[in-house]
Design a protein around this ligand. Structure first.
Ligand SMILES: [Zn+2]
Length: 82
């Protein structure tokens, strides 16, 4: 399965981040079959958004992309690698 940005068509995992809310984000490692491997360690981004709701999604940071978020493709299992 390929993770693809619906905004710009980017498929480079290095340019995606996995977000659980507005603050926590993790880097993607690879897709193996239907499993998306994500780094367990996460970075935080200080921001004013204090929404506690968990809303797992991917964010594209490719050059020229508007940095839009999109849902994790259905059928993709998440595996956090420590
Ligand atoms: Zn994009």
């Amino acid at each position: 399965m390929i993770v693809k940005c619906p905004h710009c068509g980017n498929t480079d995992l290095e340019q995606f981040l996995y977000l659980e809310n507005a603050i926590v984000h993790r880097r993607l490692i690879e897709v193996v079959g239907k499993t998306l491997r994500i780094e367990a360690d996460y970075d935080t981004t200080p921001c004013d958004d204090d929404d506690e709701a968990q809303h797992p999604r991917l964010m594209c940071s490719a050059r020229g992309c508007d940095g839009g978020c999109f849902d994790v493709p259905s059928g993709l299992r998440l595996d956090f690698i420590g």
